[in-house]
Ligand binder design. Structure first.
Ligand code: ATP
Ligand code: MG
Length: 319
């Protein structure tokens, strides 16, 4: 059963993975409307399976306390990052997940190297850290807007020609360091079409309850669409690695994007395959001693072990 599910998930996400070392041209290679012949109803079932599996694996990840997961989400405005996080993480124990949203950097953040603020939000062992925007902004928005780079107070040598190639390498090295030390790095790009973005912005203007989500800055940013497409294509080509591949998730249909995001995360956890710790003979002997002590405290007429008594009663009625 679990193997069947694992297979289905692997099949669903395989076409979304950016093969390391390939030259990506977003518009040519990835269709934002792709949906793998799935119907919305099947999609709902599949997402429910993903949510359930995620809860199960996350509990094991936390119990084992050996591996951690970094889940990075990148998208253009209105790409659906928030909704994706909300749906994909809906079944998870909140204690094991930390979401960090990265906005325009503060003065303190600008006073450090560009990876500093992301490093501070990395997951602990046993945890899943979600990055809503991520260190990849450092080769996206920072690349599209040279004045943002100006604010980073870099010494002249660090900002010469070749800066983007160097940042790609530094990011790959950083991620390699993380994966080598037990932290899986999962990267998702929600790939929205230009027309779907226009529709979503207009919806935010048309519906009063969505007005708060609309920002005039988003429409200004849209003018740089082609620059972003180029920056994304180059970033995907340079930083999809064997250990930390990128997944380009078709984002024009929100329901499909959520299934894919969930599937990518579940797939990662299945590969880690965390296990509940098995306790040793000493600890088992301690459990036996504690059991005897608790059983001796049973009040008059109560079973020595009410839990075991109830379990046995159930087993008998099921027979
Ligand atoms: P929402 O969906 O709620 O709009 P958001 O992620 O777009 O979420 P905002 O507060 O609207 O959040 O915007 C964050 C802004 O911060 C974006 O415009 C993004 O380009 C900018 N930003 C993120 N990282 C950096 C960075 N390293 N340097 C400069 N700007 C950045
Ligand atoms: Mg925004």
């Amino acid at each position: 059963m679990a193997d069947k599910r694992a297979e289905r998930i692997a099949r669903l996400i395989a076409p979304l993975r950016v093969p390391p070392g390939t030259e990506v041209d977003l518009a040519r290679d990835y269709d934002p409307r792709y949906k793998a012949h799935l119907k919305k109803r099947e999609g709902r079932e599949l997402l429910a399976v993903g949510v359930e599996l995620l809860a199960e694996y996350q509990a094991r990840l936390a119990a084992q306390d050996t591996y951690g997961v970094l889940f990075c989400l990148q998208a253009l405005d209105a790409g659906g990052k928030d909704g994706t996080i909300r749906h994909v993480m809906s079944g998870i124990n909140p204690q094991g997940v930390h979401v960090s949203s990265f906005k325009v950097p503060s003065a303190e953040e600008l006073d450090h190297d560009y990876l500093w603020r992301y490093a501070r939000r990395l997951p602990a062992r046993g945890d899943i850290a979600v990055f809503n925007r991520s260190h990849y902004e450092e080769v996206l928005v920072v690349r599209v807007h040279p004045d943002v780079l100006d604010r980073q107070q870099l010494p002249p040598k660090a900002r010469g020609k070749g800066i983007w190639k160097r940042r790609y390498r530094e990011i790959n090295d950083w991620e390699r360091h993380l994966t080598d030390n037990g932290f899986a790095v999962v990267k998702i790009f929600l790939n929205l079409s230009r027309e779907e973005q226009r529709t979503r912005f207009l919806k935010r203007i048309d519906l009063p309850e969505k007005n708060w989500k609309f920002s005039a800055a988003d429409v200004r940013e849209r003018r740089y669409w082609d620059d972003y497409q180029r920056a994304f294509s180059e970033m995907l080509s340079a930083t999809s690695t064997k250990r930390a591949p990128w997944y380009v998730v078709p984002a024009d249909r929100k329901w499909f994007a959520r299934i894919c995001a969930s599937a990518v995360l579940v797939h990662t956890l299945m590969e880690i395959d965390p296990q509940y710790p098995v306790i040793g003979e000493r600890a088992r002997a301690d459990l036996r001693t504690a059991r005897r002590e608790l059983e001796e405290q049973a009040p008059e007429g109560a079973p020595a072990d009410p839990y075991a008594a109830e379990r046995d009663r159930r087993a008998r009625t099921e027979e």
